[in-house]
Design a protein around this ligand. Sequence first.
Ligand code: NOJ
Length: 845
Amino acid sequence: MLDEERRQRGNIELRHGSTARKERYNEAADWAIVGGLDVDMSSHLSDHQEPGSTSIRYGKDKRQKAVIQHDPFSIAFERDGQVQIIFNEHGFINLEHWRPKVEQAEREGPDDDDQSTWWEETFGGNTDSKPKGPESIGLDITFPGCGHVYGIPEHTGPLSLRETRGNSDGAFTEPYRLYNTDVFEYELNSPMTLYGAIPFMHAHKRDSTVGVLWLSAAETWVDIVKTRRSGQTTRDTQTHWFSESGILDVFVFLGPKPDDLTKAMGVLTGSTQLPADFSIAYHQCRWNYMSDDEVKEVDAKFDKNAIPVDVIWLDLEYTDDRKYFTWDPDKFQDPIGMQERLSLRHRKTVVLIDPHIKSTEGYSVVHALKEEDLAIKDKDHQMFDGWCWPGSSYWIDCFNPKGRAWWSSLFKLDYFKGSTHDTYVWNDMNEPSVFNGPEITMPKDNLHYADWEHRDVHNINGMTFVNATFHALQERNPQRPTRPFVLTRSFYVGSQRLGAVWTGDNRAEWGHLKESIPMLLSLSIAGFPNSGADVGGFFGTPSSELLTRWFQAGAFYPFFRAHAHLDTKRREPYMAGSPYSGIMTRAIRLRYQLLPAWYTAFYGSSTDNAPILRPQYYMFPGDEAGFDIDDQFYLASTGLLVKPITTEGATSTDIYIADDELYYDYFDYTVYSKPGRYRIVAPLERIPILAQGGHIIPRKDRPRRSSSLMKYDPITLVVTLGKAGNAEGSLYVDDGETYDYQSGAYIHSNFVFDSKSSTLSSKDLTVEGSMTRSYHRSMAEVRVERIIFIGAPSEWQGKTSVLCEQGSGKHERRIEFNAGTNGKAAWAVIRDPKVSITKDWMISL
Ligand code: NOJ
């Protein structure tokens, strides 16, 4: 961490009489970092020190070493004797020290610098007064031997980041930019900035992954250049990071595996929230359902068409004249009645609440905001007045603890009339979007709580708003706190703890469907796994084929929501007619069928922030052929390999298998037994999914209207036998709603099929807590209703029964064997083994 002494001491002069804080912004860690900062007391100076350098050994088994070169300054980080990361190899380190402005006429010597933007900058009619003058920070970071770098969302373009200089094929001509912005109609394949920023990068080479986290909340740029050192066959990636302000605070991750990075990032910045169960099911949104009757109609049509849905969303237009916490009195006359009707069907409502507060008479929210002095200020310390959906507006400053407490009070059911315990929240426009601001956002010289300039905190700002909403929802029901659900558009390091994110205003085009996959993979590996893209595309009207393919892809987005712009045609999945509606319905049902696996994946991720969508390099860090692949992914540790179709008219696709394992087509059990590229058929009704051998996947196969109606449904286990004949998997279940799991109210089963003993067993991993017994009692009737073995060995052919044991009970059940034909795997089924999921069991085959 590097700071500037003079600014730290406040020993500088600000221009224009500004009241901004004088020191560099040093509170990013307070928002982003939650742990992992214990000092390693066992680190020590190495026994051998080269002249002119200092070398320190640290980390587990002292495998890591930092060699600090004194002059010229650089730091080489080594793991197992090999240099992995070098700071300042190219001497780009920079911390623009404070100096007073010297007018051009007074400057001495040759005037090489164009200082026109140092002291003031005008953009789109807005002038940034830059009261602190130039204060950027920068550093070059080299990753020797790493030809691939990933991460630093949010951008379009490939997962493996492109070069930003030079003439190589496909190189961008500008650095990747991180400056949270409401971008209108964003470009594909571009380093341009989008709505959120996670300055975390993985650098990868065969069997080694390292990374850096650049903790600045200011506008940041990252240049990427790949070079070859003489005599080396592999390429280095040289990166150059620079931010407009803040301190230089960089975390180094030495791997060696991609999951070491995501785990360490989880320790440091927290893991994804264990989501409420409904929030990982299907969400139906559009801008807008215009009345409570329309909402009821949509709800009824889903039922009529037997399409499951858990949440119906209300965009902007539900409000009374864009005043949040109010309802349009004509169109939404009975919001409680409307929501009670949804609740009766076990469905929830999500309403949009943005950070801008309409400036108008007679609106108690804006009145209190002014009264309590809780808004973001302009450079002259007056409430900043900008333009957004409601017209002239103010912005709540969630950096202010009092602002957060006040925000919580607005969500109390007796204040937010018309809301219920089943109302959840969508925080949009929180970059923040300011229609008349520079680049549609807030002036950088605006002032936040404690007089930090907006420029210093810009990329964190959106997260502070979600944080306030998250706590507000948590506090809404103090007797029995339930897990909040908040969707955000803007994000920063740490936002994963607070809810889900989506990729903003995409378009109803095939290219946007295609690029949604690398965008979500990038979020996933950078620590924000709970993410999705608008299914169907926000702007424009998708063809029925595109919409269908988008539903098929969306069924594998961690956050699965269809959304559409106000001006587009209605496109709920039941609208398209045959065969499209039926195919979309099947995609949604597939999501519901796999919800136990999804929830288990989220549970895993909530403990170590593991990605839910996993790219090829993450799964197979040693397989170079996979380093560029970003159009297929694995679903957590289920072994499911998904390759969504993202091109028009496709009836087949290539899928790449890296490992020497059996893979089975998820639907018809066709076997793929060697690594390589396979062409697989994918007519419109087919989502290409392979199941890697060696896994046990929990499912619920009974179609229902919504996920909570599946709560007590029995489980189906799909056992995909690997080459060694074994398989393993797990199931995590809790009430999906409260925090009782923290007192042991959950079931966590580990399933193992062992080919040697020919047994399938389930072991309960629950760590007993005060609520374990009562919860297990309430779930005792939930049983395994079917076990499907894919790749069943031929020796099972003559088998007719198996022995099932649970506790002292023993009974025989039938097993049916089906021989594999035409390249398809043999499979066997045990129906109703009569075992509850709450206790250990074993089946001997
Ligand atoms: C912008 C969001 O990105 C979009 O999803 C939403 O529909 C509009 N704001 C209106 O609230």
